[in-house]
Design a protein around this ligand. Sequence first.
Ligand SMILES: [Zn+2]
Length: 351
Amino acid sequence: MGDSFFSPDLFYVYLGIVTCVGFFFGSFLNVCIYRIPAGLSIVLPGSHCLSCGTPIRWYDNIPLLSYLHLRGKCRYCGSVFSVRYFIVELLTGVLFGLTFFHFRYTLATPVYIVFVCLLIVATFTDLDHWIIPDGVTIYGTLFALVAAFLAGFYPKGFVIAGAWPFYQGAFYSPLANALTGAAAGALLIYAIGVAGSVAFRKEAMGFGDVKLFLLLGAMLGVMNCVYVLTLASCIGSLVGGAMILVRKVSEHRARRRGRSGDTGDNANKCGKGHEQADAGICEQVDSTQPQPTQEDEIFQKIVSAYQTVGAKTKAALPGVHHIPFGPYIAVAAIIVLYLGERIHNYLFGMW
Ligand SMILES: [Zn+2]
């Protein structure tokens, strides 16, 4: 019976099931992301429309499908639901599938599925509120330590089982690695935060990030914390650079449009649309100005999406102008979860 359950033919059936279960969990994570920072229960009451308050029926609450069927709108009042709900459901399902695909039939699979869920909640609450809930970091760390204890008896698949510095495969080595990792990871970020605030005279790293590294250290060990931090900094620089570039380009375009006037065919429309532009200049419509292409429109959509997110954050936290670091850490942690061993072996030339 055991053989038929683990039959290779059925692996992809299970993979599909695990992914679909992930979509439903994504739906639940959406609730967590919205309710935990607001201090609400994540169990009761059931989901309801945030605009008209109508409870959402089960057939309107099917992950992915309901969003597509209702085109992201409330069935009753027609108010628009954020595309984020869809993205979180999709992302959760995909990561459930990837985790099962990578860690197969081991105890590590359910443990890392929980880990991925914690990282998703951390990412989106940090993006929205600049908060990583203690439920994620502190309780997550406790969960990781219990898992590391169990990994001493069922080490297969566990990142923490073969980690530095306690390689020796004794039943206590995963737990010893987890404790070392949690302490070292949190200390590392704390030290960087202190150094950063001395160097830049402002808070460089929040205490939420310190607690997040408590979780990462307990789950992944000391070395992987270093890889996560390095990778997160790289991703952060790339995304930050891209966002500055997008802002510069959009400012440049806005200025150029302001000078040369509308691309449209009548000057009145132009004067109305561009109140900053000098009316005299505006009337000399440059007919050689190219019409906006589809690419331009997509670009503008991306720009306005960035601007909306930026404005929201600024409104929520006046005086803060940088992006939270948590989401980068979470993305890096997920990459290291799957590829950490390869990165480590590559760096230390052990292939
Ligand atoms: Zn509604």
